[in-house]
Design a protein around this ligand. Sequence first.
Ligand SMILES: *Cc1c(COP(=O)(O)O)cnc(C)c1O
Length: 393
Amino acid sequence: MIEPASSEHNSLPVSDRRWAWLEIDLEAIRQNLRRFRRIVGPDVMIMAVVKADGYGHGAAEVARTALNSGAKMLGVSNIDEGIALRESGIVAPVLVLAEPPISTVEALVRYHLIPTVYSMEFALAYGEASSAADQIGPYHLKVDTGMNRVGIHYSDAGDFLRTLDFHKGLQLQGVFTHFATADEADTIEFTQQYDRFHEALDNIRYMGIKPGIVHAANTAAAIRYRNSHFHMVRIGIGMYGLHPSNLTKQVLTLQPAMSLHARINFVKPVPMGEGVSYGLRYRSPGNVLIGTLPLGYADGIARELSGRIQILYQGQRLQQVGTICMDMMMFEADQRPLLKRTPVKPQVGEEVVIVGKSGDEEISLDEIAALLGTINYDVACRFGMRLDRVYHD
Ligand SMILES: *Cc1c(COP(=O)(O)O)cnc(C)c1O
């Protein structure tokens, strides 16, 4: 077990400071990357996407693990995330996946962060800042092929690059696009984006410009579309052991890296008819023990999940009851012997699992995402907000 030096004033291990914590299995991340290596073959580069603090898993630790497993580049969404990686000692190439504000160009140069580019104003400012520092600023051009989020329109990519080609302070290092429907059953829209990307690449080459590292695939595309691999794939969710959709589950087994644990910090019997938590929405049916856990919606356990999730205690599912508070939530251990097994009697200090495995039972991020009507990406990011992490090497 490796403990992050997150808190200099407190030498207690994470799980003793607060009885709620995330565990991150770095071996799972290594194993998932080996599976992607098998899919893309030896010659395609892997970018490890560690934006949003590594989808809640901790960007620096995930980045180091991924780089040691052969990833060649890191992807972040803004320059603060890039600077955080640099300050943790990471020197590998970092691509900022969207064009940052023009005001960041000096910082990009100083921290050797590679920007995504799709506006002329930004490109020129970045080129100037690079020249002023006696450097040649590498950048990747983002081509919009149909997601209509950001990027230069696919039919304008060649002209855009020709206009910038003269610039002594700029060097085109790559050209990429992003798919809107790589995780969906229908393939028509995907194919249209794919064809438009080829059209852009043809135009760029026709102008006599070398596109450099060509990349397009996220996790879903990397798994489902071999022709989308080009020179590099950008792997986010799959590296963390989560599937972008049910379609990829049939193709590949992944190992979730994140699990969520807590220790019971209070237990008492609550008499029949007494309410529990804000609004007293849950009423004791009698003969139950109510356990309290020290985590709540500020830790990413969305309040809408109140009364709808379960937790794992010694391999058994117990119902969460009552409104989920900001920092606490309660669960019920039914003491009635009408259930076939002997009732469990949870004790203060014992561990429960909120996401992950206990005995033969498992609660997945997908299960929680489905209850919320969202996706596993969203839930993992929420858990990363306040909970400390314990890393297993
Ligand atoms: C987040 C992101 C990815 C990674 O997507 P996953 O579905 O998590 O693999 C790839 N490319 C871009 C541009 C992204 O923003």
